[in-house]
Write a protein that binds this ligand. Structure first.
Ligand code: INI
Length: 154
C-alpha cells in the first residue's frame, strides 16, 4: 500500500490569509495564532500575505481570487461570526462556509476554513486562544499540511 500524506513543513511555502475585520477582537487573535504556527513550522515572513476584508461574507470572493492567481500554495480564511438576536448569523455562516468550499473545489487549491461560528462572544474568545487553543493556529496547520499534500498527488 502506498501512503500519501502531507508533512507539517512550511519551508518555502506561500500562504495567503484572508481575514474579516468584523469582530476584530477575535479575528486579530486568530491571525496572530496563524502567523505563529506558520513561522514555527519553518515558514518565512515573506511567505505570508494578509488580506483584510470587511466581514466573513466577503471572504469567499477574495479567497477565490487569490487561489485563481496561483501565487499561493494555500489560502487560509479567518473570521468570526457570532449569533445575535436576528437570523443574520445563519445567512452569513451558511454563505461563508458554502462559498469557501465552492471556491476551493473550483480552483483546485486548498482554501482552509478557519471561520468561527459561535453563539456567544465568550465561546469565540475561548476558541481564539484566550483560555486554551487558538483556532487560527489549528487552521494554519491544516493549510500547511494541505499545501504539502497537493503536489504529492501528481
Ligand atoms: N461579519 C462577520 O464576520 N461576523 C459577524 O458576526 C457578522 N454579523 O454578525 O453581522 C458579520 N457581518 C458583516 C458581513 O460579513 C458583511 O461584511 C456585511 O454584511 C457586508 O456585506
Amino acid at each position: 500500500m502506498v501512503r500519501i500524506e502531507g508533512m507539517l513543513k512550511a519551508n518555502g511555502r506561500k500562504i495567503a490569509i484572508v481575514a474579516g475585520r468584523f469582530n476584530d477582537l477575535i479575528v486579530g487573535r486568530l491571525v496572530e495564532g496563524a502567523e505563529d504556527c506558520f513561522l514555527r513550522h519553518g515558514g518565512g515572513e515573506e511567505g505570508l500575505a494578509l488580506v483584510r476584508v470587511p466581514g466573513a461574507y466577503e471572504i469567499p470572493l477574495v479567497a477565490g481570487k487569490l487561489a485563481s492567481s496561483r501565487a499561493y500554495d494555500a489560502v487560509l480564511c479567518l473570521g468570526a461570526v457570532i449569533r445575535g438576536d436576528t437570523p443574520h448569523f445563519d445567512y452569513i455562516a451558511a454563505e461563508v462556509s458554502k462559498g469557501i468550499a465552492a471556491e476551493s473545489l473550483r480552483t483546485g487549491l486548498p482554501i482552509v476554513f478557519g471561520v468561527l461560528t459561535c453563539d456567544t462572544m465568550e465561546q469565540a474568545l475561548q476558541r481564539a486562544g484566550v483560555k486554551g487553543g487558538n483556532e487560527g493556529w489549528d487552521a494554519m496547520l491544516a493549510a500547511i499540511e494541505m499545501a504539502d499534500l497537493m503536489p504529492r498527488l501528481g
